[in-house]
Design a protein around this ligand. Structure first.
Ligand SMILES: C[S@@+](CC[C@H](N)C(=O)[O-])C[C@H]1O[C@@H](n2cnc3c(N)ncnc32)[C@H](O)[C@@H]1O
Length: 226
Protein backbone atom coordinates (compact mmCIF):
# COMPACT_ATOMS: atom_id res chain seq x y z
CA UNK A 1 0.00 0.00 0.00
CA UNK A 2 1.27 3.49 -0.78
CA UNK A 3 1.69 5.83 2.18
CA UNK A 4 -0.70 8.52 0.97
CA UNK A 5 -2.69 10.75 3.27
CA UNK A 6 -6.13 9.59 4.43
CA UNK A 7 -8.86 10.10 1.84
CA UNK A 8 -11.20 13.05 2.53
CA UNK A 9 -14.47 12.40 0.60
CA UNK A 10 -16.33 15.25 -1.10
CA UNK A 11 -20.11 15.37 -1.39
CA UNK A 12 -21.78 14.04 -4.55
CA UNK A 13 -23.65 16.93 -6.18
CA UNK A 14 -21.80 20.16 -6.96
CA UNK A 15 -24.41 22.87 -6.39
CA UNK A 16 -24.67 26.66 -6.45
CA UNK A 17 -22.97 28.15 -3.38
CA UNK A 18 -23.12 31.71 -2.02
CA UNK A 19 -19.41 32.17 -2.88
CA UNK A 20 -19.54 30.36 -6.23
CA UNK A 21 -22.40 29.86 -8.70
CA UNK A 22 -22.21 27.13 -11.32
CA UNK A 23 -22.04 29.84 -14.01
CA UNK A 24 -18.83 31.10 -12.34
CA UNK A 25 -17.48 27.58 -11.96
CA UNK A 26 -18.26 27.00 -15.65
CA UNK A 27 -15.77 29.76 -16.55
CA UNK A 28 -13.03 27.85 -14.72
CA UNK A 29 -14.04 24.56 -16.36
CA UNK A 30 -13.80 26.31 -19.74
CA UNK A 31 -10.09 26.92 -19.08
CA UNK A 32 -9.54 23.15 -19.01
CA UNK A 33 -10.49 22.76 -22.70
CA UNK A 34 -7.04 21.44 -23.71
CA UNK A 35 -7.31 18.65 -21.11
CA UNK A 36 -10.88 17.84 -22.28
CA UNK A 37 -9.72 17.66 -25.91
CA UNK A 38 -6.99 15.17 -24.97
CA UNK A 39 -9.58 12.98 -23.21
CA UNK A 40 -11.92 13.09 -26.22
CA UNK A 41 -9.01 12.09 -28.52
CA UNK A 42 -8.27 9.15 -26.23
CA UNK A 43 -11.94 8.12 -26.22
CA UNK A 44 -12.04 8.02 -30.01
CA UNK A 45 -8.59 6.60 -30.79
CA UNK A 46 -7.62 4.74 -27.60
CA UNK A 47 -10.95 3.41 -26.35
CA UNK A 48 -12.32 3.05 -29.86
CA UNK A 49 -15.74 4.70 -29.67
CA UNK A 50 -17.39 3.77 -32.96
CA UNK A 51 -19.66 5.76 -35.30
CA UNK A 52 -23.36 5.78 -34.32
CA UNK A 53 -22.57 4.78 -30.72
CA UNK A 54 -25.03 5.56 -27.94
CA UNK A 55 -22.94 6.95 -25.10
CA UNK A 56 -23.62 7.56 -21.42
CA UNK A 57 -21.51 10.13 -19.60
CA UNK A 58 -21.69 10.03 -15.80
CA UNK A 59 -21.30 13.40 -14.07
CA UNK A 60 -20.87 15.63 -17.15
CA UNK A 61 -20.95 18.80 -15.01
CA UNK A 62 -21.13 21.78 -17.41
CA UNK A 63 -20.95 19.33 -20.30
CA UNK A 64 -17.75 20.33 -22.11
CA UNK A 65 -16.59 16.76 -22.77
CA UNK A 66 -20.05 15.80 -24.02
CA UNK A 67 -20.05 18.81 -26.37
CA UNK A 68 -16.50 18.19 -27.68
CA UNK A 69 -17.25 14.51 -28.27
CA UNK A 70 -20.48 15.31 -30.12
CA UNK A 71 -18.63 17.84 -32.29
CA UNK A 72 -15.81 15.35 -32.98
CA UNK A 73 -18.29 12.81 -34.34
CA UNK A 74 -21.75 14.00 -35.48
CA UNK A 75 -23.06 10.40 -35.61
CA UNK A 76 -22.85 9.97 -31.82
CA UNK A 77 -25.80 10.31 -29.42
CA UNK A 78 -24.78 11.20 -25.87
CA UNK A 79 -26.76 11.14 -22.62
CA UNK A 80 -25.21 13.02 -19.71
CA UNK A 81 -26.50 11.72 -16.37
CA UNK A 82 -25.92 14.40 -13.74
CA UNK A 83 -26.94 14.48 -10.06
CA UNK A 84 -26.87 18.29 -9.80
CA UNK A 85 -29.77 20.30 -11.20
CA UNK A 86 -27.59 23.43 -11.09
CA UNK A 87 -24.97 21.76 -13.30
CA UNK A 88 -27.68 20.63 -15.75
CA UNK A 89 -28.86 24.24 -16.06
CA UNK A 90 -25.35 25.35 -17.10
CA UNK A 91 -24.77 22.28 -19.32
CA UNK A 92 -28.00 23.01 -21.23
CA UNK A 93 -26.95 26.65 -21.71
CA UNK A 94 -23.53 25.52 -23.03
CA UNK A 95 -25.18 23.02 -25.36
CA UNK A 96 -27.55 25.68 -26.79
CA UNK A 97 -24.74 28.24 -27.18
CA UNK A 98 -22.61 25.70 -29.03
CA UNK A 99 -25.54 24.86 -31.34
CA UNK A 100 -25.23 21.14 -30.66
CA UNK A 101 -28.60 20.26 -29.17
CA UNK A 102 -29.88 17.29 -31.17
CA UNK A 103 -27.02 14.91 -30.31
CA UNK A 104 -27.02 15.54 -26.56
CA UNK A 105 -29.45 15.09 -23.70
CA UNK A 106 -28.65 15.95 -20.07
CA UNK A 107 -30.78 14.08 -17.55
CA UNK A 108 -31.06 14.38 -13.78
CA UNK A 109 -30.12 11.16 -12.03
CA UNK A 110 -27.83 9.32 -9.67
CA UNK A 111 -25.32 6.88 -11.16
CA UNK A 112 -25.64 4.46 -8.25
CA UNK A 113 -29.26 3.82 -9.17
CA UNK A 114 -29.98 4.28 -12.87
CA UNK A 115 -33.30 2.40 -12.69
CA UNK A 116 -34.74 4.65 -15.43
CA UNK A 117 -32.19 3.15 -17.86
CA UNK A 118 -32.80 -0.34 -19.28
CA UNK A 119 -30.14 -3.10 -19.26
CA UNK A 120 -27.71 -3.12 -22.23
CA UNK A 121 -28.68 0.33 -23.53
CA UNK A 122 -25.29 1.91 -24.28
CA UNK A 123 -22.34 1.17 -26.57
CA UNK A 124 -20.04 3.20 -24.31
CA UNK A 125 -19.99 4.62 -20.77
CA UNK A 126 -17.55 7.41 -19.97
CA UNK A 127 -16.79 9.63 -17.00
CA UNK A 128 -14.23 12.35 -16.27
CA UNK A 129 -13.35 13.77 -12.86
CA UNK A 130 -16.50 12.47 -11.20
CA UNK A 131 -15.53 9.16 -9.56
CA UNK A 132 -14.05 10.83 -6.45
CA UNK A 133 -17.54 12.26 -5.74
CA UNK A 134 -19.40 8.93 -5.88
CA UNK A 135 -20.78 7.91 -2.50
CA UNK A 136 -20.91 4.22 -3.46
CA UNK A 137 -18.50 3.45 -6.34
CA UNK A 138 -19.18 -0.32 -6.19
CA UNK A 139 -22.86 0.27 -6.98
CA UNK A 140 -21.95 2.71 -9.76
CA UNK A 141 -19.53 0.25 -11.41
CA UNK A 142 -22.21 -2.47 -11.24
CA UNK A 143 -24.71 -0.11 -12.82
CA UNK A 144 -22.20 0.67 -15.58
CA UNK A 145 -21.90 -3.06 -16.32
CA UNK A 146 -25.71 -3.38 -16.36
CA UNK A 147 -26.43 -0.54 -18.80
CA UNK A 148 -23.57 -1.45 -21.17
CA UNK A 149 -24.25 -3.61 -24.21
CA UNK A 150 -22.42 -6.98 -24.39
CA UNK A 151 -19.39 -5.63 -26.27
CA UNK A 152 -19.71 -2.11 -24.93
CA UNK A 153 -16.63 -0.05 -24.03
CA UNK A 154 -16.00 2.13 -20.99
CA UNK A 155 -13.52 4.73 -19.80
CA UNK A 156 -13.53 6.39 -16.38
CA UNK A 157 -10.81 8.92 -15.68
CA UNK A 158 -10.23 10.63 -12.35
CA UNK A 159 -7.47 12.25 -10.31
CA UNK A 160 -5.34 10.14 -7.98
CA UNK A 161 -4.58 11.04 -4.37
CA UNK A 162 -1.07 9.55 -4.24
CA UNK A 163 0.53 12.13 -6.54
CA UNK A 164 4.33 12.12 -6.47
CA UNK A 165 6.85 14.95 -6.29
CA UNK A 166 6.74 15.91 -10.02
CA UNK A 167 2.94 16.34 -9.88
CA UNK A 168 3.19 18.29 -6.60
CA UNK A 169 5.76 20.57 -8.26
CA UNK A 170 3.44 21.16 -11.26
CA UNK A 171 0.50 21.79 -8.88
CA UNK A 172 2.48 24.42 -6.96
CA UNK A 173 3.48 26.22 -10.18
CA UNK A 174 -0.08 26.02 -11.61
CA UNK A 175 -1.44 27.55 -8.38
CA UNK A 176 0.35 30.80 -9.29
CA UNK A 177 -1.77 31.11 -12.45
CA UNK A 178 -5.25 30.07 -11.26
CA UNK A 179 -7.69 31.61 -8.81
CA UNK A 180 -7.58 30.76 -5.09
CA UNK A 181 -11.02 29.16 -5.42
CA UNK A 182 -9.85 26.86 -8.22
CA UNK A 183 -6.68 25.81 -6.43
CA UNK A 184 -8.79 25.08 -3.32
CA UNK A 185 -11.17 22.83 -5.32
CA UNK A 186 -8.28 21.18 -7.14
CA UNK A 187 -6.67 20.30 -3.80
CA UNK A 188 -9.91 18.99 -2.27
CA UNK A 189 -10.50 16.82 -5.34
CA UNK A 190 -6.97 15.36 -5.07
CA UNK A 191 -7.64 14.56 -1.40
CA UNK A 192 -10.95 12.86 -2.33
CA UNK A 193 -9.30 10.75 -5.05
CA UNK A 194 -8.30 7.10 -4.77
CA UNK A 195 -4.92 5.44 -5.00
CA UNK A 196 -4.49 2.71 -7.68
CA UNK A 197 -4.46 0.07 -4.90
CA UNK A 198 -7.73 1.32 -3.42
CA UNK A 199 -9.36 1.46 -6.83
CA UNK A 200 -8.28 -2.09 -7.73
CA UNK A 201 -9.73 -3.24 -4.42
CA UNK A 202 -13.05 -1.55 -5.23
CA UNK A 203 -13.20 -2.79 -8.83
CA UNK A 204 -12.44 -6.36 -7.77
CA UNK A 205 -15.70 -6.37 -5.81
CA UNK A 206 -17.73 -5.39 -8.89
CA UNK A 207 -19.12 -7.04 -12.02
CA UNK A 208 -16.42 -5.23 -14.05
CA UNK A 209 -13.79 -7.31 -12.19
CA UNK A 210 -12.63 -9.34 -15.20
CA UNK A 211 -13.27 -6.65 -17.79
CA UNK A 212 -11.12 -3.67 -16.73
CA UNK A 213 -7.60 -2.35 -17.03
CA UNK A 214 -6.28 0.39 -14.76
CA UNK A 215 -3.63 2.79 -16.01
CA UNK A 216 -2.00 5.69 -14.20
CA UNK A 217 -0.15 8.86 -15.06
CA UNK A 218 1.23 11.74 -12.98
CA UNK A 219 -2.16 13.02 -11.85
CA UNK A 220 -4.73 10.48 -13.00
CA UNK A 221 -6.23 7.00 -12.83
CA UNK A 222 -7.76 5.69 -16.05
CA UNK A 223 -10.02 2.64 -16.02
CA UNK A 224 -11.10 1.16 -19.34
CA UNK A 225 -12.23 -2.12 -20.84
CA UNK A 226 -9.60 -4.77 -21.76
C1 LIG B 1 -15.77 17.73 -10.76
S1 LIG B 1 -17.26 17.63 -11.69
C2 LIG B 1 -16.62 17.14 -13.26
C3 LIG B 1 -17.49 17.58 -14.39
C4 LIG B 1 -17.02 17.16 -15.80
N1 LIG B 1 -17.08 15.73 -15.97
C5 LIG B 1 -15.64 17.68 -16.10
O1 LIG B 1 -14.69 16.90 -16.10
O2 LIG B 1 -15.53 18.88 -16.33
C6 LIG B 1 -18.05 16.14 -11.09
C7 LIG B 1 -19.50 16.02 -11.49
O3 LIG B 1 -20.04 14.73 -11.12
C8 LIG B 1 -21.37 14.91 -10.63
N2 LIG B 1 -21.74 13.73 -9.80
C9 LIG B 1 -21.23 13.38 -8.60
N3 LIG B 1 -21.79 12.24 -8.15
C10 LIG B 1 -22.67 11.83 -9.10
C11 LIG B 1 -23.56 10.71 -9.21
N4 LIG B 1 -23.64 9.79 -8.24
N5 LIG B 1 -24.32 10.60 -10.32
C12 LIG B 1 -24.24 11.53 -11.32
N6 LIG B 1 -23.42 12.64 -11.25
C13 LIG B 1 -22.63 12.77 -10.17
C14 LIG B 1 -21.27 16.24 -9.85
O4 LIG B 1 -22.51 16.85 -9.60
C15 LIG B 1 -20.39 17.05 -10.80
O5 LIG B 1 -21.13 17.75 -11.76
Amino acid sequence: MSKSKKRIPEGEAILDMPELTMEELNESFRKRMWEYKQFVKFLIKGVGIKDYSKILEIGPGPGWITILLAKANPTLKITGLEISEDMIRVANENKENEGISDQIEFILGDAKNMSEIKDKTFDAVISHDSLHHWEDPIRVFNEIQRVLKENGVFCIKDGRRDIGLPAKFIFNIAKLFISKTMSYYWKTSIMAGYTPEELNQILNQTKLKNRYELKTDLFDLIIHNK
